[in-house]
Ligand binder design. Structure first.
Ligand SMILES: [Mn+2]
Length: 320
């Protein structure tokens, strides 16, 4: 097909061309004026990573790989079903770029993040936050004012105590979230790292948290992750790429063996979106500088975010 055989206004939009907003959505640089249902915002922050930095490039890489979904929808042949076609065509998804990062000042960066998420919520839109490392979930969740449940998919508890003033690191986020008055419950799914400390697991449970280990997921099915919460409950979901098995995420510094398969993640996200009311979610910890040449970890990230958004949108449209 030659260029002049294209229909009027129709672009080829190859994956490697153009400006990479998430799923080639409209860019919005004024949050206070946005009109959308779903808003992507990036947090290029990895000062909270204790081992090897680089996840500051996660959001950008996920956006770039999202351009490979060029058909105006996600198509699941197993269901013979398209996701997001109407939402994308109607421009209900926008990309607001990145939170302003102040190097060496995690407190300033995270205050910017909380403010920006608050502005997104004030527009009645759902925040979709791309890391960055896992530090960001606490500043996102504290931007909500109404009661919400929190569900984390992760290899690690991220339930460490704040020591020596290090609030904004990726190992403390869930403990800090659990202390917020409007957080009704914390569910931690896929936890398995033998680097985690028993004390943190004990504390999470003593504080009322539910931990779903891999053997429990294999016994009950990944679709059961949301069964203990009231039907329709408001939930914020945080997805660490290392919830997936190590074999699926070479571009993640904290990858662990024995994790979720893609089909288990799919079943979990589908169940969460069908059973509960997702009020926002984040995706964190892809580390593109450590990535293999094919970029599979970033691609898996783009797929996971787009797929979950597709399930959420599908459930919302079913309700009407
Ligand atoms: Mn984590």
């Amino acid at each position: 097909m030659t260029a002049d055989m294209r229909g009027p206004g129709e672009r080829l939009n190859r994956a490697y061309s153009g400006v990479p907003t998430f799923l080639r959505s409209d860019y919005c640089d004024d949050i206070d004026a946005l009109d959308a249902d779903y808003v992507v915002i990036g947090v290029p922050y990895d000062d909270g990573s204790p081992f090897v930095g680089g996840s500051r490039f996660c959001a950008r890489a996920v956006r770039e790989h999202s351009l490979r979904f060029g058909g105006g929808a996600l198509y699941d042949i197993a269901e013979d079903k398209e996701y997001l076609r109407a939402a994308l065509a109607e421009r209900r998804l926008v990309d607001c770029g990145d939170v302003d990062v102040a190097p060496s000042r995690g407190d300033v960066t995270m205050a910017n993040l909380t403010r920006d998420v608050g502005r997104i919520l004030a527009r009645d839109a759902m925040p979709i936050v791309l890391g960055g490392d896992h530090t960001l979930t606490y500043p996102v969740v504290r931007a909500f004012s109404r009661p919400i449940h929190v569900m984390q998919l992760d290899a690690h508890l991220d339930y460490s105590e704040v020591v020596q003033g290090m609030t904004y690191v990726n190992s403390t986020s869930m403990r800090l979230i659990h202390q917020l008055g409007h957080v009704e419950s914390l569910t931690q799914v896929g936890i398995r790292s033998m680097r985690d400390m028993k004390k943190n697991a004990d504390d999470a449970r003593a504080n009322g948290g539910r931990i779903m280990t891999m053997p429990a997921i294999r016994r009950d099915g990944a679709g059961a992750v949301a069964d203990h919460l009231p039907q329709g409950a408001d939930v914020y979901v945080t997805i660490d790429i290392d919830a997936y098995d190590m074999s699926l995420c070479p571009g993640c510094v904290s990858a662990e063996p024995g994790g979720l398969t893609f089909e288990e993640m799919q079943a979990a996200l589908r169940a969460i979106s069908q059973r509960l009311n997702v009020v926002g979610f984040d995706f964190v910890e892809v580390n593109p500088p450590l990535e293999v040449g094919t970029g599979v970890t970033s691609y898996l990230g783009a797929l996971t975010v787009a797929m979950f958004l597709g399930y959420i949108d599908d459930a919302a449209r079913a309700v009407g």
